[in-house]
Ligand binder design. Sequence first.
Ligand code: ADP
Ligand code: MG
Length: 387
Amino acid sequence: MNLENFAAETAGKFERKFKRKPEWIVAAPGRVNLIGEHTDYNDGFVFPMGIERYTVIAAAPNNSRTIQLLSATNGGTATIDLTKPIIRGEPSWANYVRGVIDGFIKKGQSIPGFDAVLDSNVPMGGGLSSSAALEVATATLLEEATGFKLDPVEKALLAQKAEHDFAGVPCGIMDQFTSVMAKKGHLLLLDCRSRTTELVPLTDPGITILIVNTNVKHELTGGEYAKRRAQCEKAASILGVPSLRSATMPMLEAARGRMDDVIFRRARHVITEIERTLEAAQEIRQSHWSQVGKLMYASHLSLRDDFEVSCSELDLVVDIAREIGEAGGVYGCRMTGGGFGGCTVALVQSGLSGQITSHIGRVYQEKTRIEPAIFSSRPGQGAMVLK
Ligand code: ADP
Ligand code: MG
């Protein structure tokens, strides 16, 4: 469903629930990262785009000191009392909203009471950042409700802080930056050290981004993520650099005797992945799709073998894609997001994307007995006010 229809449907749900029309309708997209994985918290480069899947919020003031929320996605409701300090609570999904409200209050804003219905067609918990979409949609709504406009970097950082402090997830800056700053028809090359972005056009109608949700989520995610971060910090400290962004392969090779093999491999992934990401941006600018695809496969192998964050289901999708090959319209494929489940991203020929989708879907299901969710997306627009 396109955004316009999805927003109209959400407005209809608001009217049925709250018996009046919404005054504001806002949207913020999920994201997919084409390449540059586990590099954001190492001050490296990432290369994501917004997807044409959005979290939409329809809302109107209610002349009270409370916020009434309904998530049409999970059917849950929540009340937030604006006369009390905003703290984490139940239901836990509302913490993403509470965190953003708290961020606005800490910037000196007084938040009016309002009623809101939110809905999302970003799959939840699939690594496409429904959490950032919810935070950024909330921040966009509060900009409208308070008249206080944040600059895009400030807005993304406020949303990230909400995820850190209210959801307890120590994420990097990629998800929120992308949901705020994504631009239709473009990838976003984001330098996580300087926090500057560059838009790289991806408008060739012959090229499609295909996302396969493996529909598995292995539960070790939280602890393993923290472990990887700590290992990267350890590697940086042995190398005597502020972060792995400042390290090079010759430096790492020279220090091989001073670190154990695991730390060495973690650092090798990050250093080579940052290089691959910059190369991929160059190749995309020149429409060298085969080259981009090769970098994506190399990224996957590095995540699988050196960083050890893949899983059999992600590897299977990448193997099926590689077997289809360029002759069958697949340039490249890799896991995307934190790993241990979630999604793969592939660069494919638009004309063959239907065939590729059914082939991957059939073989994956045969081998795993799990039905994947597969969809394509053009690079979508970042957060927007629709009404
Ligand atoms: P991801 O960001 O990869 O989708 P996360 O675990 O970070 O996965 O975030 C998913 C969580 O965000 C959900 O479990 C839920 O708490 C919250 N969430 C996101 N979108 C919605 C929504 N539309 N309604 C209710 N909760 C949502
Ligand atoms: Mg998330």
